[in-house]
Design a binder for this molecule. Structure first.
Ligand code: IPM
Ligand code: MN
Length: 378
């Protein structure tokens, strides 16, 4: 019997309750398809950080590297300053494992309402391939304050000049206070995620790949992105390509979502447009994401946050996490099990009897998990 080591990080807020439903469903389908999942739990998150001061250390990362996949709940806690846990845990893992693809399906399932009038499941079914390791997420930046006096002032002048030289900036040297953040995109970084998008299109029999940018304003970085996209596209003559500016694609996602098949986007724009994508597929409670390194360890998570005010109440929708679990199964090679989970999610939503508050129902988190387990067995 095949065995897989799955590392689990529940994280913060509703993380524990949604992950427990995901595990329940994956356990059920592993029995049916005759494989074994060994869950290895990690305590990382706000609580662990407040107790020990550890976000996620090198030792843990090395251990995680030996797993077949990582199943991740959610991160963020009101007791910790924004950014600390997000950068120190989630982004650290995406970067450490070089999970350069963030794959986010935007698919309206039958029985789910979309806020888009006149649109149905046949109109909303595409994949967003978000670059996941570069752009404004590289963490280069800083801030400076005050002109200083005497020697201090001279020092600040030098620091500003150095920043200007290092990053090719043109910061007014007498600015009183400033902050900056640098986005970096590399040819290899763009190429690999774009190739993934084209291969995905091929594999799914899709005919079009849309590239997102803001090449009309952020000309350095996204002019380059566009250039690389054209180069990569030449390798896929059967696939139609187009460019959308990020502001325009927000408009078209709402007006004509049926245009889209595969969308490839730089990191930060991808973050933004996939929240919009989640809304048109019925809400954040239904939107999964996969952080993929095709040659390494990948991580699967719902795209929503930790919703601290619902923690422990059992009212959150576990479907995004269960769907992420289906993506995990596909990634480790259990394709039939993955399909069974997806089918079960669809059946439960289509029947419409068991659904959480966000979808207009009254069911508890655990009841949704149970209903999906029952359908998996059908
Ligand atoms: C997401 C989240 C993360 C991101 C945060 C929590 C770092 O918003 O996965 O979309 O910005 O990528
Ligand atoms: Mn986000």
């Amino acid at each position: 019997m095949k065995r897989y080591k799955i590392a689990v990080i529940q994280g913060d807020g509703i993380g524990a309750e949604i992950i427990s439903e995901g595990k329940k469903v994956l356990e059920a389908v592993s029995d049916l398809d005759r494989f074994e999942l060994d869950w290895i739990e990690y305590p990382h998150g706000a609580e662990h950080y407040l107790k020990t001061g550890e976000l996620i250390g090198e030792d843990t990362l090395k251990e995680l590297e030996r797993s077949d996949a990582i199943y991740f709940g959610s991160i963020g806690d009101p007791r910790v300053e924004p950014g600390v846990l997000e950068q120190g845990i989630l982004l650290t893992m995406r970067f450490y494992f070089d999970q350069y693809v963030n794959l986010r399906p935007v698919k309206l399932l039958e029985g789910v309402n979309t806020p888009l009038a006149g649109k149905g499941p046949e109109d909303i079914d595409f994949s967003v391939v978000r670059e996941n390791t570069e752009d404004f997420y590289v963490g280069i930046g800083g801030r400076m304050k005050g002109k200083g006096k005497g020697k201090k002032r001279e020092e600040l002048e030098i620091v500003r000049k150095l920043y200007n030289i290092k990053f090719g900036l043109d910061i007014e040297s007498d600015a009183d206070e400033l902050a900056y953040q640098i986005g970096v995109v590399t040819r290899e970084g763009c190429e690999r995620v774009m190739r993934f998008a084209f291969e995905l299109a091929k594999e799914k029999g899709k005919k079009k790949v849309t590239s997102v940018d803001k090449a009309n304003v952020l000309t350095h970085a996204y002019g380059f992105w566009r250039e690389v996209f054209n180069d990569v596209a030449r390798g896929y003559p059967g696939i139609y390509t187009e460019f959308n500016f990020v502001d325009a694609i927000c408009m078209w996602f709402v007006k004509n979502p049926e245009w889209y098949q595969v969308v490839v986007t730089p990191n930060m724009f991808g973050d933004i447009i996939t929240d919009l994508g989640a809304m048109i597929q019925g809400g954040l409670g239904l939107a999964p994401g996969a952080n993929i390194n095709p040659d390494g360890v990948s991580m699967f998570e719902p795209i929503h946050g930790s919703a601290p005010k619902y923690k422990g109440k059992g009212v959150s929708n576990p479907i995004a996490t269960i769907w992420a679990g289906a993506m995990l199964l596909e990634n480790i090679g259990e394709k039939s099990a993955s399909q069974k989970v997806l089918n079960a999610i669809e059946t439960v939503l289509r029947k419409g009897k068991v659904r959480t508050y966000d979808l207009g129902g009254k069911s508890k988190t655990g009841e949704v998990g149970d209903a999906i387990v029952r359908e998996v067995g059908e």
